[in-house]
Design a protein around this ligand. Structure first.
Ligand code: PA5
Length: 442
């Protein structure tokens, strides 16, 4: 079971860091409502209260896609993208698409506006059987809507309109939005993003579950792990790992730390860290407050960001996710010549060496003035990852309430969208567009 070691962080705090009363209030708001944004706390009970019929449909659709497609194009951005990619890369590898396997390749599109990136995936799928999962809660987000146009057109050219419709799966609001209307009109199979679950808390809904299941990952185990953690998070004291993590990161923030680095010594964790950054950044970064969430891949980034972490501005704290060793281990070979002088490592597993790197880094960074928390996440499997996801979500809800913000809105995201629409002359934005062009000197 996941645990959090805060011993190398609390030494940077004086006085009572535990914030027990504030946490009790925050936990009560998460469990029972009454706090800011409480119409978006559906994710708290989701691992138990999810729609079982829809879950069965997700499994069925995943099997169909596995049987009739060599590739799945997953179209979405932000919370409609990062969780699925994080889980697939963490459990299936960042090289998932290159591996020999029985499951389809999974390509993520609609998370930007790059012509090169779109063309690349377009060319990769155009000559193979493929399906599309278009995901947008609002159903109106520009990036995925634009990407969907290309892949919908390609599917229709390839299979004809009727067969293409059978290869398009739309995950969106149950009744509102342009995507829902289109899906109903065209007869796509649809999955629901529940009203009370916001994008960045939606990985355990159809948003994440369909692509994850297509990649051959056991979504029952993922939900089971989340349910285990949900039960642990109901405990209102510091045996609850989410309490411990939320309390210490907030106490450190109050003590002047400004940036939290999420680190992991497994490169496959990289997109889970991207998911975490969105979760914490969008939930807490508002009202001119919040720790800036950043991430580093170790040991690679010890050779780039390591210098700054060790000796730069002392406003950092670090949270390191550690996994138990994978069953299969590479063992360092013995070399007769020993030209590199590394025979003292011969016979050791890479995990043993990685662990010494973790401990050595921990001591160095703490001595350099960076408080460190360790999240021991157990094995890198679907069950433990489900627990880790729920842990981070719950701690994020608690943490946002400790900070005094609404952890479930993202009003700041609208600013760039309005400017972009105005600059593209969207009907209704003409006047604003003229003003902006003037500011740009165009
Ligand atoms: O967390 C959020 O709410 C956002 O990041 C959204 O997920 C993102 O903007 C995509 O929105 P939508 O699913 O409506 O296309």
């Amino acid at each position: 079971m996941l645990s959090v070691d805060v011993s190398k962080a609390v030494s940077f705090l004086s006085g009572d860091y535990q914030l027990g009363d504030e946490l009790k209030q925050a936990a009560n708001w998460l469990q029972n409502g009454g706090g800011k944004g409480d119409d978006f706390i559906g994710w708290v009970k989701l691992p138990e209260a999810y729609d079982k019929d829809e879950f069965a449909r997700i499994e069925k659709a995943a099997k169909k896609i596995q049987s009739d497609s060599k590739a799945l194009v997953v179209i979405g951005i932000g919370g409609s993208y990062l969780g699925a990619r994080g889980v697939i890369e963490c459990l299936g590898s960042p090289n998932y698409n290159l591996k020999k396997k029985d499951t389809p390749n999974v390509y993520f599109m609609g998370n930007g506006l790059s012509s090169a990136a779109t063309k690349e995936v377009y060319d990769l799928v155009k000559d193979v059987d493929f399906s599309v999962n278009v995901i947008s809660k609002s159903g109106t987000t520009t990036e995925p809507a634009v990407a969907f146009r290309f892949f919908k057109e390609l599917l229709e050219q390839k299979y004809g309109k009727a067969e293409a419709a059978k290869r398009i799966y739309a995950t969106t609001d149950k009744s509102r939005g342009a995507l829902k209307s289109l899906a109903d009109a065209e007869g796509y199979e649809t999955f629901v993003v529940p009203d009370d679950v916001g994008g960045r808390y939606s990985v355990l809904t159809a948003v994440g579950l369909l692509p994850i299941a297509v990649a051959g990952i056991d979504i029952n185990e993922l939900m089971g792990g989340a349910a285990d953690m949900m039960k642990a998070c109901r405990t209102d004291d510091f045996t609850n790992p989410a309490w411990e993590y939320a309390a210490v990161r907030n106490a450190l923030y109050r003590a002047g730390k400004k940036t939290e680095l999420l680190a992991c010594f497994e490169p496959s964790f990289r997109f889970m860290a991207e998911w975490w950054k969105q979760l914490y950044g969008e939930s807490e970064g508002k009202d001119n407050k919040g720790l800036f969430p950043a991430s580093v891949d170790f040991t690679a980034d010890l050779h780039s960001m390591g210098q700054y972490i060790q000796q730069g501005e002392r406003t950092l704290l670090e949270t390191v996710v550690r996994f138990d060793p994978d069953d299969e281990q590479m063992v360092v070979p013995y070399d007769d010549v020993n030209g590199d002088g590394l025979n003292f490592l011969a016979g050791k597993t890479l995990h043993e060496i990685n662990t010494q790197a973790m401990d050595g880094t921990l001591l160095a960074h703490v001595e350099g003035g960076v408080p460190n928390m360790i999240v021991r996440a157990g094995k890198r499997d679907a069950r433990e990852l489900g627990a880790l996801i729920y842990f981070f979500e719950y701690a994020c809800g608690l943490s946002g309430y400790l900070l005094g913000v609404n952890p479930f809105d993202q009003p700041g995201v609208e600013a760039y969208k309005k400017n972009m629409f105005a600059l593209m002359n969207k009907p209704g934005y003409e006047e604003m567009g003229a003003e902006l062009r003037k500011k740009l000197g165009k």
